[in-house]
Structures are given as C-alpha cells and as structure tokens.
Design a protein around this ligand. Structure first.
Ligand SMILES: C[S@@+](CC[C@H](N)C(=O)[O-])C[C@H]1O[C@@H](n2cnc3c(N)ncnc32)[C@H](O)[C@@H]1O
Length: 227
C-alpha cells in the first residue's frame, strides 16, 4: 500500500468543485495517468521520447535510475517484453505491481554498486534517469542538485551502458547545462535535447538524450601488449 504522501505525489488530490483554491497540479496528463493506471503522469514524457526516438527495443536490458513511483518501469516493461529485463533503483520504495522481468532496488544512486550488486555485472542497452532532487524553490540550488544527479547517472552510463546503447537524462536547466550537454555529445554518436509536451510549462526540466554510445577507444600501444 502507498502512503498518503506518496499517493499525493503521484496523483495530487483534485479539489472539490466550488473550492476557493484550484489545484494547480491537476491536469490532463494527471487524469490520463490515473485512468490508465499509471502511478505518475511522467509516463507520458517517456512515451513521447520513445515515439520520437525508438530507443527501447524488444529484449533490451534497461536500467531505470530514480524509478519511483514506477510508471517508467511499467511502460518500459511492456516495450522490452518478457525476454527483456528492467532494473530500477530509487531512494523511495516502489509499491506498484510489476511483472517478473522487472526488479527494483531501494537505495541511493551514489551507492548503486552496493545496492544493486550482481545487477551491475552485465551492461545495459538503455539507461534512463528521471531523477529529480527535492526542490527548494531556489533555482541555483535546484539546478546544481539536479546536475549532481545527472553527473552520477552519466558516470554509470560510462561504465555500464553498451556501445551502441542509449541514455535518457532529465536535467533542470541551469548554468552548467550546456557543459553537461556537451559531455554527453562527446560520448555518443548522436545527442538531442528534448522537452516533451507533457512536461509542465513552468518546469525547468528538459531531457538530454544520447543515442548510439561510442565504442571505448583502445590505445594502440596497450592493445598490442606494449605499455
Ligand atoms: C520524478 S521522480 C521519477 C518518476 C518515475 N520516472 C516514474 O515514472 O514513476 C524522481 C525520483 O528520483 C528519485 N531520486 C532523487 N535522488 C535520488 C538518489 N540520489 N538516488 C535514487 N533516487 C533518487 C526520487 O526519490 C524520485 O522518486
């Protein structure tokens, strides 16, 4: 069972008609998610990304960083099918029902190896990061915290994403956004910056997408066995 605060986060309560306050977070996508049994409206962001770039394929291994309350897990599980595999990690528990080819770990991304153990041995075809920090309302603090999560996700991508694989990374646009986008561009053959229509207009969030990770360069001297 979800706690009340988790439910409110996923589906903010609709105010009764005639209430003096309007619920500013209730919108078309929130209602659609509720109707389609997804725990969060963010599922439509990944759906838009998938429809545009076709990153996730049947049979893929997908790593979902910041996966709670679980709508990206549910959606990616249908895309990869039962021959694929999804692993997720989040500080918050995931309480939604998930098929058996999805595994979820509760813990901090900064300790991913101890939290996920064996799950990090084989490389992934796709790494998703929809992580968001607790916001303070101060745009400099929030974007710096978002960047720290993105850098941690990118570090995981460098070591655990296959060559040819893809990376989707949510970031709050701030001062260092361009520098981070450039570092993604260097690691992948193609990179895109995309704001799905389902993102709230007022939100600073945007997605950086890396497509077709480059092969790791091997130094010719090391390859021939000479130091
Ligand atoms: C917008 S929600 C993700 C929603 C998810 N994509 C879905 O569709 O259900 C962002 C998540 O990032 C998680 N998060 C933030 N910092 C984290 C960290 N250091 N380690 C793990 N998860 C983190 C939060 O707990 C939160 O659940």
């Amino acid at each position: 069972m979800k706690t009340t605060s988790e439910q409110q986060q996923a589906f903010p309560m609709k105010k009764k008609q005639g209430s003096s306050q309007n619920n500013k977070w209730e919108d078309h996508y929130t209602r659609k998610a509720r109707k389609e049994n997804f725990p969060a409206r963010s599922v439509y962001k990944l759906q838009e990304i998938q429809e545009k770039y076709r990153l996730i394929q049947k049979g893929d291994r997908v790593l979902d960083l910041g996966c709670s309350p679980g709508s990206w897990l549910q959606y990616s599980a249908t895309l990869v099918g039962t021959n694929g595999r999804i692993a997720g990690i989040d500080q918050k528990k995931v309480t939604v029902q998930l098929p058996s080819h999805v595994t979820v770990h509760t813990g901090d991304i900064f300790s991913i190896h101890s939290v996920m153990g064996q799950e990090m041995i084989h490389p992934y075809d796709v790494v998703l990061s929809d992580m968001a920090p607790d916001t303070t309302g101060n745009k400099f603090v929030d974007s710096a915290r978002s960047l720290a999560l993105c850098e941690a996700a990118f570090d995981i991508v460098r070591h655990h994403l296959k060559s040819g694989g893809s990376f989707v990374c949510k970031i709050f646009q701030g001062e260092d956004f361009k520098q981070f986008a450039d570092s993604i561009q260097k690691e992948f053959h193609k990179s895109k910056i995309y704001k799905p229509k389902s993102c709230r207009k007022a939100s600073k969030e945007i997605y950086i997408i890396g497509i077709d990770k480059k092969q790791e360069e091997i130094c010719p001297d090391t390859a021939s066995g000479h130091p």
